[in-house]
Design a protein around this ligand. Sequence first.
Ligand code: SF4
Length: 205
Amino acid sequence: MPREITRKAVTSILRSTFHGGGEPTLAWNIMKRTVDYFRESAMIRGLTPLVHTATNGVIPQDNLNWIIENLTCANISLDGLPEIQNVQRPTATGGPSFDAVKATMCAMDAKKFSYGVRATVTKQSVTEMGKFTSYLADNFSCLQNRTVAKIDYCQNCFCKYHCAGDCLTRATDGVHLTNILDTARCRINQDLTQDQIIQNLTDVS
Ligand code: SF4
């Protein structure tokens, strides 16, 4: 695609992200009103609204249905298999959260709603990440297309196995991963990764 056409496509997008300061879906009425206002404002200006949210994935069914209908993409915090997730991310009452998050992901899969999984990896969980990623790949169809090996844009990037295409999903709608030529976030990530590599090599030598 010629660069000018790509630029035009990119600038016709208006993005809003709910993130930080706790679970965004807990401020449910504010979230709904904000999304409605944002979408209306974008459309008045002829822009395509993209709305992302971070979430812990423990979401009442009615709210989940609304998210699937009205948002573009979600990033779900899931730290590992039950023995990890239930310890690191218990529910507000101290109960296990794994099954509720799994149900949310299954519902999103069923509706082909785009989502990613973000795991906080600790010393205790790092050795379990292989099993966890195999579990995700085997059980959640939406995640199977999101490996960095399937993103053309990332193939020549030296830090692709560090980033795993994450920058790109932030710079697009999370679905059409090839409709963009360049992102500032990629350049920052590449610079930071390069600095880390040089620092590690310096420490070793
Ligand atoms: S930094 Fe950009 S190009 Fe590199 S792997 Fe991440 S998304 Fe892909």
